[in-house]
Design a protein around this ligand. Sequence first.
Ligand SMILES: Nc1ncnc2c1ncn2[C@@H]1O[C@H](COP(=O)(O)OP(=O)(O)OP(=O)(O)O)[C@@H](O)[C@H]1O
Ligand SMILES: [Mg+2]
Length: 386
Amino acid sequence: MLLIIIIMLVILWRYVKPKQLKNLDISTRSPRSKFKSLPDYYSGNLRTISYFDYQTLKKATKNFHPENQLGMGGFGPVYQGVLNDKRMIAVKKLSNKSQQGESEFLGEVRMITSIQHKNLLRLLGCCSEGPQRLLVYEFMKNRSLDNIIYGPDDRFLDWNTRFQIILGIARGLQYLHEDSHIRIVHRDIKASNVLLDEKFHPKIGDFGLARFFPEDEAYLSTTIAGTLGYTAPEYAIRGELSEKADIYSFGVLVLEIISSRKNTDLSLPSEMQYLPDYAWKLHERSRIMDLVDPKLRAGGFIEKDVLQMCNVALLCLQQRPSLRPPMSEIVSMLTCKVKLTRMPMKPTFSGRMRCFDESSSSETAYGVFSSPLTIYSPQLAKSFSS
Ligand SMILES: Nc1ncnc2c1ncn2[C@@H]1O[C@H](COP(=O)(O)OP(=O)(O)OP(=O)(O)O)[C@@H](O)[C@H]1O
Ligand SMILES: [Mg+2]
């Protein structure tokens, strides 16, 4: 008799439950089922995110089809997808370097979801199944800023749009550094981490991602050389991480937006190759306006505004972290609530890190840090030597 009951229960489990589950639409699914053994995760901000099952994300991205791959970053590939209710999403499949347990992963997701601001990309939900860890973000129609400012894309951004983008990034960073309930240093401010919605409003992506990886793996990026061009010297060389490192990267990004070029471009004449260096040289010669994207001139801008923006960028690029203004001050300067009184001082030695041994013109790992200073991250060193 007992045996018959057990067999009936097994049949019920195998054939009835999956059907019921299939009928559940993700939009109506509560995270309760996933988190019922973890009451803590069911409270607070997790109420506002969805738990997506792997099959739903597989279907939305057409089985993670290469055609749906938006890009491949240091944390793993990103796919675009469409849910049953037609909502578009971007799915980031975290690489298995993460190796985080489920409860730790869900805790970090809860933390990131609780940080919301109009200039921060929204994390809609997550998926954790077996070794798979996926993050589901709102989809941004105009993709990332790098595609427009120096990509193959021929869309043009006029001065007002560029100004609004810079201001939005500054406000997003101000929130992360100063206003959010948890202080977050982004660590990877760069053009590909600025997403643009249909109205070209900017949202900073990838904040808090380092929390999914062990500390020495956290600062890994596929475009490490590009990322290095944004990295504050004290962070790259000594591993000193603070908000000031983001402020330095913000300064580099502002120069890129004004000039429509990458921070490092070895195809240019030598004095122009490293954007912050070049900007300092032009500033000393009182020719900083030479930096401005020539196409912007056709669209028109007020020279005083562009000059002000260049000076703010140079203040962010000060060698000494303490001389870089906090984000709230930058926002005030950009919105003219505070007059720019300080003038930027040229660094005592160049802020850029030599990615190339200039005498031989060949790429060398240790040419980058040829001084007695040591490289902070062993992973960073590995990336260069490989
Ligand atoms: N929410 C999104 N909406 C639209 N496109 C996105 C979204 N998130 C990412 N992308 C696109 O996917 C690409 C890859 O993003 P990803 O963050 O993985 O790489 P990355 O920013 O180049 O490098 P890193 O891992 O160092 O941040 C981006 O360049 C962007 O174009
Ligand atoms: Mg990114």
